[in-house]
Design a protein around this ligand. Structure first.
Ligand code: GLU
Length: 458
């Protein structure tokens, strides 16, 4: 069975690059009736907090990404890691190294002076003497001294590392007994039965070390897929400099999670030339063999385009529910469905939609300066006043349209003479949905009030 996992280190929030990794692993498992597991890499007890873990879980919930089994917390598994360290020591595949920090620094300086790559010199690899007193040893793995570490990466193809060049007897447990990153990853991936690891290619250099550990522990090596990074438009690795990187910030900016997921899946994966994928489709057709080798570019306008698509196709009930997060409660609003339909076409985000809805539902406190200067004058105020006198009782948008056309005809005017001043009276701005629909939404007496407010100001 395909078993994948997402293994974030809780740093305070879920990065959108992390969400993409999670999504790929999730989809691969779901597309194959496999398992998708979540593991929190919280061994750095000083740095990791419960809030940071909660931030990851909240982001998963928002995105509707469900995981199988219980979440695994590395911080609760120190005894498991110790057990495997002891096995390696017993089998002499790992050893205690008593080199002091000073000695190690000296060695490093010497190597740098001689233009060598700084590297542990294997002093305690086959040590049989009496260890120096007063030093708590670290545990090092006996890495191969020569040969190649090879693996076939699902994205990059054949990857080779020269053992003598790249590797070291790297540390698997620190002097306080705590296991190191590569060690815990390998033990957990093996014990969780992970068959496929999809992760960012910033982890590529960890992989040969992990392969050495898999071999030492006689664990089956999973298939690796190292996905190219996401860059900003300037070609640099995506960071806060380029905009929001926290998944939940996208929620707060008014993106629907399906738009963000659709956007992220395409940053590094493709299926023909298709751009729009529902989660149901993705859960059927995602295949990691179509992951891209080259870095992708985070393109904000494409995300907006997708968000607009998902807003347009979302049901009224869904949008009504989502808009509550933006302070818009439509429960008591009479023509809320019409309002939402009018705004769907013109909203890139839910935030924009909520703001526009509020500007229709509530009388303006102020008027946009430029629009006011351009369209409001004695003549237009007189026209509005005259128009307001024919408004009576609530009507449908089409009835308002007929009434307005008749009024304009009788006065020898065109719609453009009335539309902008009326928009400004109703919303305070010259950009809004159709005036007829807006009149239906707020009703005649409210239109009259707002016209009167504008006249009183003028
Ligand atoms: N905890 C690692 C990270 O957050 C991921 C480990 C892995 O995927 O192997 O970058």
């Amino acid at each position: 069975m395909i078993t994948t996992r997402f293994a974030p280190s809780p740093t305070g929030y879920l990065h959108i690059g992390g969400l993409r990794t999670a999504l790929y692993n999730y989809l691969y498992a779901r597309a194959n009736g496999g398992k998708f597991l979540l593991r929190i890499e919280d061994t750095d007890l000083k740095r990791n907090s419960q809030e940071a873990t909660k931030a990851i879980i909240d982001a998963f919930k928002w995105c509707n990404l469900d995981y199988d089994d219980e979440i695994l917390y590395q911080s609760k598994r120190f005894d498991v890691y110790k057990k495997y360290i002891d096995i390696l020591l017993k089998e002499k595949k790992a050893y205690k190294c008593y080199m002091s920090k000073e000695e190690l620094d000296e060695l490093r300086q010497e190597q740098i002076k001689n233009k060598l790559r700084p590297k542990y010199n294997g002093k305690y690899r086959d040590f049989t003497g009496t260890p120096p007193s007063g030093i708590e040893p670290v545990i090092r793995i006996k890495a191969p001294l020569s040969g190649e570490i090879y693996f076939n990466d699902g994205v990059k193809g054949d990857v080779k590392f020269d053992a003598s060049d790249i590797l070291d007897d790297f540390i698997i447990a620190r002097s306080d007994g705590s296991p190191t990153y590569n060690f815990t990853v390998v033990v957990d991936d093996a014990l969780m039965g992970v068959t496929d690891v999809i992760r960012g290619d910033d982890h590529l250099s960890n992989t040969p070390k992990q392969i050495i550990l898999y071999e030492a522990l006689n664990f089956k090596i999973p298939k690796f897929y190292h996905v190219a990074m996401i860059n900003g438009t300037d070609g640099q690795k995506l960071s806060k400099r380029h905009g929001a990187t926290d998944v939940m910030e996208y929620k707060n900016m008014g993106y629907l999670s399906e738009a963000l997921l659709n956007f992220l899946v395409r940053l590094g994966w493709s299926h023909a030339d298709d751009e729009i994928f529902s989660m149901d489709e993705l859960k059927k057709l995602f295949n990691p063999n179509h992951l891209s080798k080259s870095a992708s570019t985070f393109n904000q306008s494409k995300l907006e385009w997708l968000n607009q698509h998902y807003i347009k196709t979302a049901s009224f009930e869904r949008l009504k529910f989502e808009l509550k997060n933006f302070g818009l409660n439509l429960d008591e609003v009479k023509h809320s469905e019409l309002l939402i339909n009018e705004l769907k076409e013109r909203s890139k985000t839910l935030l924009e939609m909520a703001n526009m809805a509020n500007s229709i539902l509530n009388a303006p406190n102020s008027y946009e300066e430029k629009a006011y200067a351009k369209f409001i004058n004695t003549q237009s105020l007189e026209l509005l006043d005259k128009f307001s006198k024919i408004l009576d009782g609530d009507k449908t948008a089409r009835e308002y349209e007929d009434l307005t056309n008749k009024f304009l005809e009788q006065n020898g005017l065109k719609l453009k003479n009335l539309a902008q001043p009326l928009r400004i009276a109703i919303t305070g701005s010259s950009v809004s949905p159709s005036i007829f629909e807006m009149m239906e939404i707020i009703g005649s007496s409210e239109v009259k009030n707002r016209i009167q407010n504008l006249i009183n100001k003028g």
